[in-house]
Design a binder for this molecule. Sequence first.
Ligand code: ARG
Length: 461
Amino acid sequence: MTNQSKKPWGGVFDGATDPRVEKFTESVSFDHRLYAQDVRGSVAHAHMLAAIGVLTQGECQKIVAGLEQIAKEIADGSFVFRQELEDVHMNIEHALIEQIGDVGRKLHTGRSRNDQVSTDFRLWIRDAIDRLQEKIIELQRAYVWRCAQDEGVVLPGYTHMQRAQPVLANHYWLAYCEKFQRDLERLVDCRKRVNQLPLGTAALAGTTIAIDRQMVADELGFEGVVANSLDSSSDRDFAIEFAFALTLVAEHLSTWAEEWILWATCEFGFLRLPQAFCTGSSIMPQKINPDVLELIRGKTARVVGNLQSLLVLVKGLPLAYNRDLQEDKPRVFDSADTVEACVELASAVVTGAELNRKTISEKLDRGYLDATTLMEHLIGLGIPQRSAHEIIGQLVATAIKQNVPLADLPLEEFQSAHAALDEKVYEVLGVQRAIEAFASYGSTAPDQVAQQVAAWRKRLL
Ligand code: ARG
């Protein structure tokens, strides 16, 4: 800095900052990740300052060329970030002034780091949302691809982790497609609120300089301009919303990971995981552990924790900007990095795994998966649901005593349970026939599932 004390705001200060404070308050160790967005924002700001006559065209060109040079140096690793310059914004501005001289001192006209950081962060989150959307679509494609592999396979469906009713494997795959579709929609929706330009709201009250905020918004691809400077200076709801959308992605992945960890056990034996996505044990030579799935489940904890931190961070902050807000970035970066990596690995695991069809089908006649279908058959014969439930419950108790599936009970058992029951019961008994008896929209009925698979294929493949 020419003829200035160590810090650019040093005029009012009579000495240097305590080194412990520099270390304590710095953010450049993490917000350097905003450098590309910071340069993009500054270039647009410089163009606008030229358009309103604050900069000459020549000055603007110098500033833009200087900023682009700095971005190049940061990208190739030759730029040295300095902790005493606190954050990415000051580091870049300082380097610009060093490189191009006093003209660089004009760049910060009509803006503050408060609107600058919010702009950079919004641009960063926007980019992250766009990347993540692609990755989530890849994951949905992996599930839809599985539908072709697992056509016709029937799985036991569970509630309370107890066998409940049969479901088609494809119904199961598409359940996850639907969950991730809502996650995608949440991200798209959140992007609209992220994509509003705060730049030009300056420190908190706006500026007396006749800036053209719409021009900056247009150049940076923002859909609108934040209307109230106090609001934009003080809030991080856009970042929290993003962190929340990420948390639900992580939660969905965690559910799936937990399920597959169970399915890959000897006890279930439903699934063979791709070995490239498993790890071994240092002591037990036979082990092939589902560590990727466990870490997808485990890393959900930090994503939830980050959301919690952000919510607590803004609680009780008076308007407008407070330095507390600087703590937002490590949390958001961590959630975005974590979820991006989890989604990417999940796609690979979904594609590489194989269902052990033999083991699954051998055990399908356990657990009376067809009992509810039989009850609905009885309802179809005019018996009220509560009575039918009672009657079939008694039949199941008989079958349990005899240790046989319902389909193996003799006709007399059914007829003594209720006179309306005849040999037609066998048409709905057994898992395969039970599946075929389903009829409602959104159910596991084969024609319903086939329609859904076709719709997903059309959408994604
Ligand atoms: N590093 C700061 C942050 O992340 C930038 C804004 C600093 N503004 C200030 N008035 N000190 O929030």
